[in-house]
Design a protein around this ligand. Sequence first.
Ligand SMILES: Nc1ncnc2c1ncn2[C@@H]1O[C@H](COP(=O)(O)OS(=O)(=O)O)[C@@H](OP(=O)(O)O)[C@H]1O
Ligand SMILES: Nc1ncnc2c1ncn2[C@@H]1O[C@H](COP(=O)(O)OP(=O)(O)O)[C@@H](O)[C@H]1O
Length: 400
Amino acid sequence: MEFTPDARELADLELLLSGAFAPLTGFLGHDDLHAVHERGTLADGTPWPAAVALDLPEGLAAGTEVTLLDPEGLPLAVLTVSEQGADGPLRALNAPEHGPFARLRRTPAEVRAELGGRETLAVTMRGPLDDLAEVVATAKELDARVLLLPLSYGEAGPAVVRAALKAKAKLPDDTLVVPVPLAPREEIEIDLELREHVAAAYGATEHLAGPEPVRIPGPPHRRGLVVFFTGLSGSGKSTIARGLRDALLEDGGRTITYLDGDMVRQLLSKGLTFSKEDRDLNIRRIGFVAAEAARHGGLAICAPIAPYEHTRAEVRAMVEGVGADFLLVHVATPLAECERRDRKGLYAKARAGLIPAFTGVTDPYEDPDDADLVIDTTHVAVESAVARVHDALRAGRWIR
Ligand SMILES: Nc1ncnc2c1ncn2[C@@H]1O[C@H](COP(=O)(O)OS(=O)(=O)O)[C@@H](OP(=O)(O)O)[C@H]1O
Ligand SMILES: Nc1ncnc2c1ncn2[C@@H]1O[C@H](COP(=O)(O)OP(=O)(O)O)[C@@H](O)[C@H]1O
């Protein structure tokens, strides 16, 4: 079977295959993950600080061969599932060769060969180095060569490599810069320990951790925002979303992308049905477009039913992943009221069995428990419902 790991897993895969995670040669299985979590070692006692896991689909039998693909479909490796899960043998197929600064990537073995066993001070960095004097002094004291390892992962990746190249210009001539796609670990101590291991794999005899980058997100009115309405058919999503769009256009000052439900189903998601798979795909497509608009500081408004919690969570993650904000508005008008309105006569048809899998009637709707705003429109005028969302945007300073 084929499987596309997520961005973190792909970053870990690259490091496993390149030898940067030595002594690991593959993802960790259940026992190793448990031991890492409990004791900071592998099950056999080898010190290892952090989980390096691959979340494969459930129920794969031991012995199954899984081809791991990058998001463009290029096969990167073949993994044989073991009794312990994803820790079976990994066989590399293609080296990842794209992406900004790909030409600077080197394997640990290549870097070690170039260093030739010399004392080496590795500096792992996730942001600019503000104290180059310390690096110069430490390298001098140790009579070591400097190896800058920009940890280029995610959106900020290229900026970290640029910072390393800039720093190199002020360091000794033989300073090396090698980007390493190491995804940050949540706990700082674990992250630092893992950086230490990775630096050693590249031949470091001494490791300095660069300062953590200070993330100064722009003020909310300049950040991207996705306002995502969810609710049953006829609950009022489109009516409120359109009212909000118009109010924002009247305000001026923000670029609005309005992903109208009909437009989406007629163009972006043309041909998709209302099966669970197709609904999920529909929502992912909407989320992708909205996140792209928000990546460039835009404000996107979407109003699909989006009945599944996990798909809404995926969209939230996509949007937050590009550094934008996500506001979930649950239009929580109860089924009875939506059905009473039955604007398009769809509920009547669904009850008569003419529309299969109709949300709320014969198909599920999972109520969100993470909504930023909940609006039951039963006894609310359209203008007041729009005003509530508009006010929330003002209160959150997304508009001025
Ligand atoms: N089986 C079934 N279930 C629910 N809805 C149905 C179905 N068949 C057609 N329709 C019409 O499609 C509109 C919902 O489309 P969405 O793209 O928002 O749905 S989903 O988020 O992909 O679940 C929805 O429009 P709204 O009333 O604007 O919500 C319906 O008019
Ligand atoms: N406070 C309200 N907010 C939104 N719609 C309302 C409100 N009160 C009544 N309605 C009516 O409910 C219907 C909602 O339809 P629509 O916006 O197409 O819902 P959805 O997009 O969720 O399917 C419209 O006919 C609208 O006029």
